[in-house]
Design a protein around this ligand. Structure first.
Ligand SMILES: Cc1cc2nc3c(=O)[nH]c(=O)nc-3n(C[C@H](O)[C@H](O)[C@H](O)COP(=O)(O)O)c2cc1C
Length: 283
């Protein structure tokens, strides 16, 4: 059985807070029916990295937040039920230090009421996701996806979130899809540095052309692999650039930190355009 492809407009991981912060900016519909990817959830709570965690640079942000999150148990008890009550279609982003941790997270989330699907974070910018399972080669990410898929029903989407690295993306996307990913999210923040040289990840408009190139390369090599564009989406033009390059949906991240109404506005506009398949259409 193939899982429905989420979209067409989604909240990118870590950029919608817990959902409560975003809801007041989402118009009359609120979060109802909106695909919200949570911040990455780990088995144990993480307090995140030292400050400053985010700085503005020309064209975007550099961040090294360190994936702060309350850990799985607390998430299941508080954040998840709230999002479900608000009507969000919740895609839980998961991150682990080992392949076993990813599998454990998937097993427990498979039983949790209200989880629409998973997004597997195997694309944190190097150094920034310190302590996460190290994904260097495409077979590393594909092995994680296979381990997650074994624990998570095939009628619900599992998204593989990869780095927008053009030298690896075609192989990475293909192998993750073969391993059971419903779609591949391209991409994450791009490895970069803070002005003081500390490692971070660049996001925002500056990374859009990089992720767009990756989406186009995957489309060219493997048109059967569904992709979701993520990086610098902020308006109709930037969303349509991904869709025209072959992406089946888009995610909005950094733009929400500048203007939290972005996702609701984009959702309303894309509903009235012919660019996209409906959210329930299978890949
Ligand atoms: C403050 C901040 C926190 C983020 N947290 C996460 C996270 O928890 N998990 C994850 O997979 N990506 C995380 N990201 C990456 C975004 O989801 C997105 O992939 C990236 O920023 C590129 O998209 P954008 O240019 O629209 O922001 C974070 C990005 C920012 C700026």
């Amino acid at each position: 059985m193939s899982a429905p492809l989420p979209g067409p407009v989604m909240v990118a991981a870590g950029c919608g807070g817990t959902g409560r912060e975003l809801e007041p900016f989402c118009g009359d519909d609120g979060l109802d029916g909106l695909h919200v990817v949570t911040r990455s959830i780990t088995l144990d709570a993480r307090s995140g990295g030292p400050g400053p965690r985010v700085v503005e640079v020309p064209g975007g942000l550099v961040n090294a937040v360190g994936l702060p999150n309350p850990g799985l148990e607390h998430f299941l008890a508080t954040e998840l039920p709230w999002l479900v009550r608000a009507g969000a279609r919740v895609l839980v982003s998961i991150a682990g230090a080992t392949m076993g941790e990813y599998a454990d997270l998937a097993r427990r989330l498979a039983r949790a009421p209200g989880v629409a699907g998973l997004e597997v974070n195997v694309g944190a910018p190097d150094d920034v996701g310190a302590g996460l399972y190290e994904v260097r080669e495409p077979f590393h990410s594909a092995s994680v996806i296979a381990a997650v898929r074994r624990e998570f029903a095939s009628d619900r989407p599992v998204l593989a979130k990869l780095r927008p690295d053009v030298s690896r993306i075609v192989e990475g996307a293909r192998s993750c899809h073969e391993a059971g990913a419903t779609a591949v999210v391209i991409g994450n923040a791009v490895p970069a540095a803070f002005p003081d040289g500390r490692a971070g990840g660049l996001s925002g408009p500056a990374v859009a052309p990089i992720a767009l190139r990756c989406v186009a390369e995957v489309r060219r090599a493997h048109p059967d692999v569904p992709t979701i564009g993520c990086g610098g989406v902020r308006d109709l033009a930037s969303a349509n650039a991904y869709l025209d390059a072959g992406a089946r949906a888009v995610q909005v991240g950094t733009a929400l930190l500048h203007d939290p109404t972005t996702v609701a506005r984009l959702r309303a506009t894309l509903r009235t355009t012919a660019h996209l398949p409906g959210p329930e259409e299978t890949p």
